[in-house]
Design a protein. Sequence first.
Length: 168
Amino acid sequence: MRPIVNLIIYEDDLSRIVACLNTLNRKARSRAVLLIDKSGQLIASAGETDGLDTTSLGSLAAGHVAAAGALAQILGEEEFIFVFHEGQRSHLHFSVIGGRLILMIVGDQGSPAGLVRLQVKKISRDIGEIFDELTRRPDTVSGEGRFLSESGFGDLTDEDFERLFQRR
């Protein structure tokens, strides 16, 4: 299975992902939903994200999930797939999908933890299936039906790019 960093997400794929996030946001009555890869990169979001620093949230969520994973291993668990934090006004729900994605839900008193957890279970399956499809899809960009990671594109150096774009 290809890591997320080697995936190509086309517009149709992103539309399907965002539709899942919008559904989750509505049904869980949350303020915002973020889908982040384990390196902290934001993949997609839904809801009220304009006032949120999604870059920082993504990085911190990845660190938090990594720390929770280390705690889980100390306790003999493979990973904690569900982590919930409750504040006076805001709540955060973290869920790991397929061992490679982080679903972060930002809620408040209007988004009860039980409802969020129920909706996350449903949507996580859908998002997992989309990413399973993406990892099985051959790369059409290389033109040879190979996976992008096998195309040699990542082996290009700065000198290769200089030669490619130099004026003649």
